[in-house]
Design a protein around this ligand. Structure first.
Ligand code: CA
Length: 521
């Protein structure tokens, strides 16, 4: 069939189906014929660990709406980032290229928005593209028909949104506001004659973990279980593990992080942070906040805790606030899923839930991310697409955020550019087991000097082992996930590991060459 007759068919079908079905039965402008190109709803959060998602077996919270995506679709059990920090993970997703190629190696530099990204390619292929919420790449979004993003890290309360029309403050809680804007776009701005790709990206549950007004007292009456490694002493590992600055015990601000309202003067840095967070709230919002926190803070002051008891209290305050933020995300995912159901869009919309990296929820005594250890290396990845993905299915292949761009392009019928470095995971979504699928992944963290003082490192992970090189320290670690799943010791140079070590060294060298990692970094 020639493109012209396809086009007239398309017009007739569009007239018939019009507003009811947005499935874009059209040849796309690049010439390749695609039928039923799906919509893509990419729901993305910041710092959400798999350990705090019901579908991944959480022992500390429930996430019924995230679980709904998994139950009605697929859960990926081995999903990892390439560089465990916020902005670089986003840049990898947009470009399908490792940090050293897309240029965004840490949170400090600016993303070069002039380069090739998957939204640009989808837009060119006839998708309507939109980006709403946390962007965090310093340069303006490009490749989107519509964008409305949080400025910088964004605020939990009364966030400032930035669009092509300028800056404005929206009263409310960021997770709710971001969802309101996404729903508003779907209802008003969406072009029913085109498939859409909407990125709905939340600030939550990023530091400083400020819960929304609906969840301020959630978990007040219960104790959240502590991780076994809360009091880790970092023996048998690289020297950087001892020198990091990310412990719940010593590296959190009492007011900003732990919401212990100040009774006296704060030092300047924390005073600014406090004013920029609590200080942003309206009088009414402060009243609701204080009513929730002040009785708990009073009890804390009266208890005069010390040593491990104090660390335990700090863990409870931290984890509860973190989980409260996730409760809002989960509620709001429910709103989006309901909308897709009500409008009949659900059937041909790929819904994805993911987060830019994992996070420490007290494991090793930590919060934050950055390390190649499992808690921060993992990314949740849940997908629902009724036309393609079998409900209740799961996949255990090694996948990375490096693969998202290629996946979106393939399902949209767009040719994957040769310079992208990941693989489309569409075969995995269909339940296939490709013979030549990768057996290892490459990881590389760069931000040092930087916040939390985590040394630069790169490494390889297979299904069982990790070999990690802390090249500033000239130290190595070999992790055996089967023998030591909590990663409490290195087997580098240990008896019985010589052969494994040699194989991993070879594989690491192969990956660095494959991904064109410059020597000396
Ligand atoms: Ca993050």
């Amino acid at each position: 069939m020639k493109p012209t007759s396809n086009l007239s068919n398309c017009l007739v079908i569009s007239l018939l189906l019009g507003m009811v079905l947005s499935i874009g039965i059209c040849p796309n402008p690049s010439g390749s014929e695609t039928v039923n190109r799906p919509n893509i709803l990419f729901i993305f959060t910041d710092d959400h660990a798999t350990a705090a998602i019901g579908a991944y077996g959480s022992k500390i919270n429930e996430t019924p709406n995230m679980d709904r995506i998994a139950n009605e679709g697929m859960i990926f059990r081995n999903s990892f980032c390439t560089n465990s920090i916020c902005a670089p993970s986003r840049a990898v997703i947009l470009t399908g290229k490792h940090s050293h190629i897309n240029g965004k190696i840490d949170n400090k530099n600016t993303f070069d928005g002039s380069q090739q990204t998957f939204p640009k390619l989808l837009q060119k292929a006839g998708y309507q593209t939109a980006m709403i919420g946390k962007w965090h790449l310093r340069s303006d979004p490009s490749g989107f028909d519509y964008w409305d993003v949080l400025r910088g890290q964004g605020h939990y309360y009364n966030p400032e949104f930035y669009s092509a029309e300028g800056l404005r403050t929206i009263e409310g809680y960021a997770t709710d506001v971001t969802t309101d804007l996404a729903l508003g776009w779907l209802k008003v701005e969406r072009d029913p004659d085109k498939p859409f790709m909407l990125m709905c990206q939340h600030k939550a549950p990023h530091r400083n973990w400020m819960p929304g007004p609906d969840h301020l007292t959630l978990y007040d009456d219960i104790e959240i279980p502590e991780p076994d490694t809360l009091f880790d002493e970092y023996s048998n590992r690289n020297s950087g593990a001892k020198d990091q600055e990310m412990t719940i015990a010593n590296h959190m601000y009492p007011a900003y992080d732990l919401k212990i309202s100040p009774t006296g003067e704060l030092e300047e840095r924390e005073q600014n942070l406090w004013e920029n967070t609590y200080g942003r709230m309206t009088e009414e919002q402060k009243k609701v906040w204080d009513a929730a926190y002040e009785p708990k803070n009073e009890a804390f002051r009266a208890a005069n805790l010390e040593g491990k008891d104090l660390v335990r209290w700090r863990y409870q305050r931290y984890i509860k606030d973190y989980l409260r933020c996730i409760a809002s995300v989960d509620d709001n995912i429910g709103r989006l899923l309901d909308y897709l159901d009500e409008t009949g869009l659900a059937e041909n919309t790929l819904v994805i839930y993911s987060s830019d990296q994992g996070f420490y929820l007290g494991e090793h005594g930590w919060y934050d991310k950055r390390w190649m250890y499992e808690e921060s290396l993992e990314m949740p990845l849940l997908m629902r697409w009724p036309e393609v993905i079998k409900p209740g299915s799961e996949d255990a292949h090694l996948v990375q955020n490096l693969d998202y761009a290629e996946t979106f392009l393939e399902i949209a019928g767009v040719e994957i550019p040769k310079d992208m470095q990941g693989e489309s995971i569409l075969p995995l979504m269909k339940g296939e087991d490709p013979e030549d699928w990768r057996e290892s992944i490459y990881y590389h963290y760069y931000e040092n000097p930087g916040a939390h003082n985590v040394p630069r490192h790169y490494g390889v992970r297979t299904d069982r082992y990790k070999l990690i090189h802390y090249y500033q320290l000239d130290e190595w670690e070999l992790i055996d996930l089967e023998k030591d799943p909590k990663e409490m010791r290195s087997f580098y140079g240990a008896d019985g590991y010589a052969e494994v070590q040699e194989e991993l060294e070879k594989e690491l060298k192969r990956l660095r060459k494959l991904y064109r990692v410059p020597e000396g970094s």
